[in-house]
Structure formats: structure tokens, C-alpha cells
Design a protein around this ligand. Sequence first.
Ligand SMILES: NC(=O)c1ccc[n+]([C@@H]2O[C@H](COP(=O)([O-])OP(=O)(O)OC[C@H]3O[C@@H](n4cnc5c(N)ncnc54)[C@H](OP(=O)(O)O)[C@@H]3O)[C@@H](O)[C@H]2O)c1
Length: 280
Amino acid sequence: MILITTPGKVGLEAARLLAQQGKDVRVLARDPHRAAVLEQEAVQVVEGDLDAPSTIDAAMRDVKAVVLVSPAVPAQELNVIAAAARAGVTHLVKVTSKASADSPIARQRGQAQIEAGLIASGLGHTLLRSNFYMQNLLMLAPAIARTGRFGSSAGAGKVGFIDARDVAAVAAEVISSPATHLNRTYLLTGPELLSYSDVAATLTTVLGRDVAFEERSREEDKQAMVSAGVPEPTAAMNAHAVSLIADGEAAWLSDDLPTVLRRRARTFREFAADHVTAFS
Ligand SMILES: NC(=O)c1ccc[n+]([C@@H]2O[C@H](COP(=O)([O-])OP(=O)(O)OC[C@H]3O[C@@H](n4cnc5c(N)ncnc54)[C@H](OP(=O)(O)O)[C@@H]3O)[C@@H](O)[C@H]2O)c1
């Protein structure tokens, strides 16, 4: 049995891919309705909370492999790692981002703490360290649909955007043949470096109408995220992370995805074409 710890962007798609390969998959969900889309697939959905270790222990029954993907709150993910060790799990795939104990970004410090806990646990593991997800741009979609414009403090900085569906595909591949990927770290990106102006140009082509990018301040970015419903501390952290794009923080690419999946990563143009309705 494979346990996937949340039905978010990566977790839902990984569950779907694994179920289609005939694997036994269970998804832990705080609200099982969020995983309703999996009803068509042979996926077990169990109610649980990453803040409640007893519910994680219950979800670990007969589990040999875990895909750990969540908002990366250290106490929650360390709960999962401890429960996996108790349950005799043999391999854990952790979805992560840049991680550094002295980063100004709290999430990156948290990821470093979680990764250190995972290594100390002695569990067989694989780290999937991804660049920014293309799906982050969906937060801008309502503004793009309404005004044909969007803003960001990323400036002219470039990003190796990756489609979260591709992160899920790598997680599914690795958890299906863990011995090949034991204790490896994969750097996951899309195939190209794009600035936000490049994103606007691609959207203009795909949507068939003008989309313009305008630079804005980190504070304006934060307020836009708060208006979109993101809690204030998370919006502040995310806006800070986006502002670092201007300094080249996300200007990196890797061939790890094509090496693991034996296919190329999805392009932003493909992502945009798949999400025309959201941007329109
Ligand atoms: N976004 C990016 O650009 C990016 C880039 C690189 C790496 N990452 C990493 O990707 C990971 C996030 O993955 P994702 O984007 O797939 O997540 P996501 O779509 O944001 O989904 C998060 C999931 O966690 C669930 N959740 C939150 N708190 C919970 C709790 N206490 N107990 C149980 N479930 C809980 C949420 O459930 P509800 O629906 O009930 O809230 C939701 O299903 C993080 O480690 C992040 O650092 C993200």
C-alpha cells in the first residue's frame, strides 16, 4: 500500500497516476470531500489531520511507501516521518523546494528542518526539489481574465517553472521503483527559463488576446495574495519568495525529470492551453 499524505495539487495527480497503474493507493485527507475527484479511481481516501499523530498512524496500516506532500509545516511533516518509521515503511518520497537553514524564507528553513529529520530517521527516501509550480500562476488567472493584465515583483527574473502534474508523475515513478531512486535528490524544473513577460507573451498567443505584465512591489504582491484569500503570514512569505526571483533565485533548470520519466517536461504553453478556461 502507498500512502499519499494530502489531496493537493501534487497528491491528487500522483494518486490518480498510481491507481491507473493498478497500485494500491490511500490518500489522507483533512476533508475527504476535497478528494471526491478520486471516487472514479480505485483510491482509498481516509480522513486524518497531519497535526494529529493518531490519525496518521491509522492511515499507515499496511503501508510500505509514502509520498509526503503537504504545506511543509515542520511539526506536521515530522509527525508523518515518525509515523512512517513506526509503521516499518521502507521508502518515503518527500516533495520539497529550496531548503536552507539560514534562508530568509520561513518555508525554506522549514524544509531544511524536515529534510534533516528525514535523513536522521534512517528511512529510505528520495527528495523531489522543485522550482516554482506553473499552477501558482492560476492565482493570477482571475485578474488576467478580467483585466488582461497581471503584476508581480519578479521583475525581469527568470523561472524554470514546472507543471505540478509533472512533479506528481515523478513522485509516482519513484514510489513505484524505489530501489532505483534510493537516497537520491532530484531537481525538478520545466524545460525552459521564462520571465513573467515571457509568460504574458505565451498567454497572449494561447488566449488570442493581449495579456500584459506589469512590475509591482513586494507589498502590492502580498496585498493581491491576501485579496485572493491567502492568509496574511503565508502571503508575506510567498511575496518575499517571488521578489527573490528578480535576483535570479529561480533561474535554474535541470534534466532530472526527463531522465527519470524518459519524456520531456510539459512546457508553459501546454499548461496554458490546458487552463484556457481559467485564464478566460
Ligand atoms: N507552489 C510551488 O511553487 C512549489 C514549488 C516547489 C515545491 N513546492 C512544495 O510543494 C508542497 C505543496 O504541495 P502542493 O502544492 O501539492 O500542496 P497544495 O496543493 O497546496 O495542497 C496542500 C494540501 O495539504 C492539505 N493540508 C493542509 N493542512 C493539513 C493538515 N493539517 N492535515 C492534513 N492535510 C492538510 C490541504 O488540505 P485542505 O484542502 O483541507 O486545506 C491540501 O490538500 C510544499 O512542500 C511546497 O514547498 C511548492
